[in-house]
Design a binder for this molecule. Structure first.
Ligand code: DX5
Ligand code: ZN
Length: 233
């Protein structure tokens, strides 16, 4: 299988020290992070409450790395312009959380951000069928959303292969590149299999921020990602 490049590691701030977020962002980017994954939870769509646009705006001056905002909120549309103004680069949302998926994707793009759809473990990829032209990122949840530190759901690997096939077919037909991101329970010991299934962007919270040496974890993940490219999927 030809593997899509580049690959990216996106540490999830959910597992960072919330009392020192600016410093955490700087340290993890210095350690080799490509994107900063910013989990937004509203205690409504998911049973947890995290950070809003004000925190994104406060972090923006601390890094040039793209801020990858994962919205776990319902409704979705009102918060999109606020995150765009706060400096988000990528905004993804769960299609079940909005009444009008196409409109919400357009809204993100009108505000100058890359747009993405997020698929819960039980959400079918069919939501992509009529909106591929507006999607820059496909984000597959490998845990149920709401909490960090959960165990990777192995059935996600099949879904990664299916999403890879859809994206490859799209690109082969002349479509724009689409990132394939996986989120939840990613560790050094399973990232090779996730890469082998076709993912190119890897969110990791507890694996990175739960370790004293962020660079050691990110470096080890990159070694495993390359190993994954030699496994036949
Ligand atoms: C879960 C979040 C994830 C989470 C990942 O709802 O979307 O981004 O923080 O954390 P780990 O890597 O600890 O599973
Ligand atoms: Zn996330």
């Amino acid at each position: 299988m030809p593997f899509s490049k580049p690959t990216r590691i996106a540490p999830s701030l959910l597992a960072a020290d919330f009392a020192r977020l600016g410093e955490e962002v700087k340290n993890v980017v210095d350690a080799g992070a490509d994107w900063i994954h910013f989990d937004v939870m509203d205690n409504h769509y998911v049973p947890n409450l995290t950070m809003g646009p004000m925190v994104c705006e406060a972090l923006r001056p601390h890094t040039k790395a793209p801020i990858d905002v994962h919205l776990m909120v319902e409704p979705v549309d009102a918060i999109i312009p606020q995150f765009a103004e706060a400096g988000a680069d990528i905004i993804t949302f769960h299609p079940e959380a909005t009444r009008h998926v196409d409109r919400t994707l357009s809204l993100i793009k009108e505000h100058g951000c890359l747009a993405g759809l997020v698929f819960n473990p039980a959400t079918p990829l069919d939501w992509l069928n009529y909106v591929m032209d507006k999607v820059d990122v496909v984000l597959l949840m490998s845990v149920n959303p709401g909490f960090g530190g959960q165990k990777f759901i192995p059935g996600t690997l099949d879904k990664v292969r299916q999403a890879r096939a859809k994206i490859d077919a799209w690109v082969a037909a002349g479509g724009h590149p689409i990132a394939l991101e996986v989120d939840g329970g990613i560790k050094v010991d399973n990232i090779a299999a996730i890469r082998a299934a076709g993912a190119d962007t890897f969110v990791a919270g507890s694996a990175i921020f739960g370790h004293p040496d962020y660079k050691a974890v990110i470096d080890a993940m990159r070694v495993e990602i390359i190993k994954g490219e030699s496994i036949s999927a």
